[in-house]
Unconditional design. Structure first.
Length: 174
C-alpha cells in the first residue's frame, strides 16, 4: 500500500534530467578545481620552506666550522678574490702544528685538515654555497675575520638564497 502511494507522488519520474546532471557535474568540478589548487599551493609552499631551511642550515654549518677553526688560529692566509681558499694555522701547547684549508669547488665548501704536515683529510662542510665573490666572502681587518656565506638552492622557477654573516675575533695574526 505504501508503495502505491509513493508511486503516485513520484509519478512517472525515473531519473534525473539532463540539466540536473550538468549542474551537478559543474558543481563537482568547481569543488575539485578549488581543492587541487589549494593542494598545489600547499605543496609549493612546503617545498620552498624546506629549501629555505636547508639553505640556512648550510650557511650556518659553514660559519660554525670556519669560526671554530678561526678562533684557534694563529695565522690566517686569505685568498685573493673572495677570500677563498682560506688557510688557518695554529700550534697547540704540545708544539703540534695544525693547518686547515677551506675551499669552494662547484658550490661545495670543503675543509682539508692536517696535523704536523701529514696528509690532509678532507670533509664536505656545506653544499649549494654560492661562490660568486659578492655573495660568499672572507675578509680580514686587523684581528677581525668577517665571513659572509650565501647558499642558493634552485627551487623550480625561483631560487631560494640565504645569507649569513659573522665577525670572528682572532687571537693574533702573524
Amino acid at each position: 500500500m505504501t508503495l502505491c502511494k509513493l508511486r503516485r507522488i513520484i509519478g512517472d519520474q525515473r531519473g534525473f534530467t539532463l540539466i540536473e546532471v550538468i549542474v551537478a557535474l559543474a558543481i563537482i568540478s568547481l569543488i575539485g578545481t578549488a581543492a587541487s589548487t589549494a593542494t598545489i599551493q600547499i605543496l609549493k609552499h612546503g617545498a620552498r620552506s624546506g629549501s629555505y631551511t636547508a639553505a640556512g642550515q648550510y650557511t650556518m654549518s659553514a660559519i660554525r666550522w670556519i669560526g671554530r677553526d678561526a678562533e684557534m688560529s694563529q695565522t690566517v692566509d686569505i685568498g685573493e678574490a673572495s677570500g677563498f681558499p682560506l688557510t688557518l694555522g695554529w700550534i697547540d701547547w704540545e708544539n703540534v702544528e695544525y693547518q686547515v684549508v677551506y675551499t669552494i669547488e662547484d658550490g661545495t665548501l670543503k675543509r682539508e685538515y692536517s696535523v704536523d704536515g701529514s696528509a690532509p683529510s678532507q670533509t664536505i662542510i656545506a653544499k649549494y654555497i654560492n661562490s660568486i665573490s659578492e655573495n660568499t666572502t672572507c675578509e680580514q681587518d686587523d684581528n677581525i675575520l668577517t665571513l659572509k656565506v650565501t647558499a642558493t638552492i634552485e627551487d623550480g622557477a625561483s631560487p631560494v638564497s640565504v645569507t649569513n654573516k659573522r665577525e670572528i675575533y682572532l687571537k693574533s695574526s702573524r
